[in-house]
Design a protein around this ligand. Sequence first.
Ligand code: AMP
Ligand code: ZN
Length: 459
Amino acid sequence: MLRLYNALTKSKKLFKPIKAKHVTMYSCGPTVYDHAHIGNLRAYIFADTLQRVLRVIEGYTVDWVMNITDVDDKMIARIQRDYPKEDPNMALGILADKYTDIFVDDIEKVGIHRADIAKLPRATDHIKGMQALITKLLREKIAYESDGSFYFSLDAYKKSGKKYGVLVDLDYQAKARVTDDQDQKEGVADFVLWKAEKKGEPFWDFDYLGKNYPGRPGWHIECSVMSTQYLGQVFDIHTGGVDLKFPHHENEIAQCGGHQANFFVHNEHLQVQSKKMSKSLGNITKLSDITDPLAFRLLCLQAHYRSQMDFSADALQSAHERLNNLRAYADQLVLASEHQLPAVDESGITSQFWQIFSASLEDDLNTSAALAALAAIEGKVFSRQTLELLQKVDAVLGLQLINEVSISSEARATLADYQNAREAKEYVASDKLREELKTKYLLQVSDTPYGPLVHRVRK
Ligand code: AMP
Ligand code: ZN
């Protein structure tokens, strides 16, 4: 049974979904004004690993929704720079299309399958839902109007008996008000739900009590609406980076009346020389700068998701080498001849491995312990049972070890000739074929207690 650290209770809790066998999970997604950086990708690799553990180890089906933020201050600044002549609402669409495609490409490269994300809804397709929620909050007098904008009143919320600030233990003194989308981390303040139209910016009409309030939504309201529209209120798990705890997630919860999801799970930051990787600090790396994106995934998995993790070229290179060793092990298991390996690992090490591997992941996703368990069998234990479990390892960790084992049909034919020659003890022929495998197909043969095993030579 999976235990997960829940930011609502600040403790590890046994995870139980609301509905038996089915998990609903929401991840705050990217703002599609530019490329994501690999710090952002750490957040999505974490969420992906969590949904994989829920499916493969726990046996649940998972409904995973991730939003696309396609309207906010950053999006607007970018369309004004890049598409000044376009209609602003249209320009948002053009910009969002471009960077959503790039985002989907990026996540696929780090082993996140688009198909595993049930929905990738866009904020601007949910304006009506946001207006409905804002109207409800206005009717309940939790929200108020000022200069054509609508705000969430923390005092009114508190007076209604609700507690604000559960995730970060806040005791707020709310007198201030903030209109920016994201730069409101210093103080606790009434936050904007709907921003009055500004000249030249995208806007939508909003009819409230017979009067039009043209404008656009605030950042937090979109997640409250999209998460509950697709997953119901309450849903099981909400994820995001630690920086989203406050104010974003606190505000999402407040807009949902105090109870949005049962578990809030946050990943720590990817850092560079002990500073958060972020665009504003100018220390970002994009995925396109990395030659082996899955090595970046492995690097993330080597750290616990709740630990800060330092990124460096050396660390990435070590992860790449470590991944190549795992790939070689997968090659050897997959490319072994049909009768070469025993069906079951009689030593019991393989079954023991799986127990430790799955128990580690069930302990708040201890991926580094799971990888240590894998290291204990890697290159040492060979059986068809081991290969089957390695396929499950792939399904959980998403490192694509088995996928990697694709060799051309000529290489496969030469390998079969080699294996037949070896079995027939025709050593002159087999030595020649072994050399051909190496020079022509970059396939290295190693002699092992299981006979010759073959892996690809990688740089
Ligand atoms: P943003 O586009 O800034 O809203 O970020 C998208 C996701 O990436 C959020 O879950 C953030 O918390 C997360 N994130 C941003 N920077 C980092 C970082 N350096 N390390 C890990 N996660 C991050
Ligand atoms: Zn969100």
